[in-house]
Ligand binder design. Structure first.
Ligand code: SF4
Length: 356
């Protein structure tokens, strides 16, 4: 029997748990902002470049070529400063990880950007859901000697990622880890853990020329007869090349008494394993979310969660709609998509053919 079930992904389940109204607008009705936030687009840009880096590694290209493939993915970025920022980050990534090992074990790349789809199983009975298919995407899968098969998950963040930071403590509790295991099994791998591959986004900003009206000059003296701009003020914008070099200097900085080296501050990896009991709990979480969405859909009731309106220090995409200041029909603000899971390209077309 074939089925035409909708997809439940980690992202869509998380969206529902965050705010049912946000879920409904995004995944039931397919609304998207026509503007992506800077933070999202920078993360996406780096992610696209990493995909090329890992694909080149999987193909067995010479290591030098991995970086050039990754950099070619930046060509579509129009902003030269964003390009420079991502470029420096990728050069550092290559320097940090191109030995392609994990804790002394060589990594063999088994898969890159692989989408998965399959039945969502009731954790109590093992029976497949008649409402949902489970779907998602894995950034990469590697075989790592004594560590076994690991799912690789790339993350970019502005937070401190040095060992012991809050970032890592939070990640060890992330239920997504269990979802990656399920996804890997649907692709016929038996994973022993998830290798988080985290990159810290540079906080250095391009230095722009000081606006004319705000410029201050030193008074001419005998020793310095030509007035000069105050320290910290600039007559010209920093060039993208200089911006790139400044970030790269920070990435290449050696450790000192106060802080770890640049490579340690910008790039970190950790392997996170899940016990069977944790996986079972995560399976109940996903199943329960699926049941709740089905019920909300039946009643056509999608409550708002105002506590989620300013998550991640920025307003929700639909904040102006929910607060009555904008309309979903405004094409300068919103578009509609037929594919509510736009991150999945390969499977949505064949999801309808998956045997239940
Ligand atoms: S603005 Fe707030 S209530 Fe509206 S969808 Fe976003 S998170 Fe939900």
């Amino acid at each position: 029997m074939t089925t035409h079930l909708p997809l439940l992904t980690t992202s869509s389940a998380r969206a529902y748990r965050l705010c049912p109204r946000y879920y409904a607008l995004t995944y039931e009705q397919g609304y998207r902002s026509v503007h992506t936030s800077d933070a999202l687009s920078f993360g996406d840009l780096v992610h696209r470049a990493l995909e090329q880096w890992w694909l080149a590694a999987q193909r067995g290209d010479p290591a030098d070529a991995w970086l050039s493939h990754a950099l070619s993915a930046l060509a579509s970025e129009e902003d030269p400063y964003t390009r420079a920022r991502a470029h420096a980050l990728l050069v550092g990534y290559h320097a940090r990880w191109s030995d392609l090992t994990w804790q002394g074990e060589p990594l063999r790349v088994l898969a890159v950007e692989r989408e998965f789809v399959g039945p969502l199983l009731n954790p109590e009975t093992g029976a497949p859901s008649r409402t949902w298919l489970r779907a998602g995407k894995l950034d990469a899968v590697v075989e790592a000697g004594r560590h076994g098969v690991l799912v690789v998950e790339h993350k970019t963040t502005s937070e401190d990622i040095t060992p012991g930071s809050t970032y890592w403590r939070r990640l060890t509790m992330d239920s997504q880890v269990s979802n990656y295991h399920v996804g890997a099994r649907l692709l016929s791998y038996e994973p022993s853990g998830v290798l988080y591959d985290v990159i810290k986004k540079p906080s250095l900003k391009p230095q722009m020329a000081t606006p004319e009206a705000q410029r201050n000059y030193t008074k001419p003296t005998k020793a310095n007869p030509v007035p000069r701009l105050y320290a910290g003020q600039r007559a010209e914008d920093e060039s993208p090349e200089d911006y790139y070099a400044r970030i790269l200097d920070d990435i290449a900085a050696p450790a000192d008494a106060d802080k770890p080296s640049g490579l340690e501050r910008y790039y970190a990896r950790a392997e996170i394993v899940r016990l069977a009991e944790e996986e079972r709990e995560a399976a109940f979480d996903v199943w329960r979310t699926g049941v709740e969405i089905r019920e909300a859909r039946r009643l056509q009731v999608w409550p708002r969660n105002v506590d989620a309106c300013h998550r991640w220090q920025r307003p929700c995409t639909f904040f102006d709609v929910c607060s009555g200041a904008a309309s979903l029909d405004d094409p300068t603000r919103f578009r509609r998509t037929d594919n509510p899971h736009e991150e999945l390209h390969q499977i949505t077309a064949r999801a309808a053919d998956v045997a239940a």
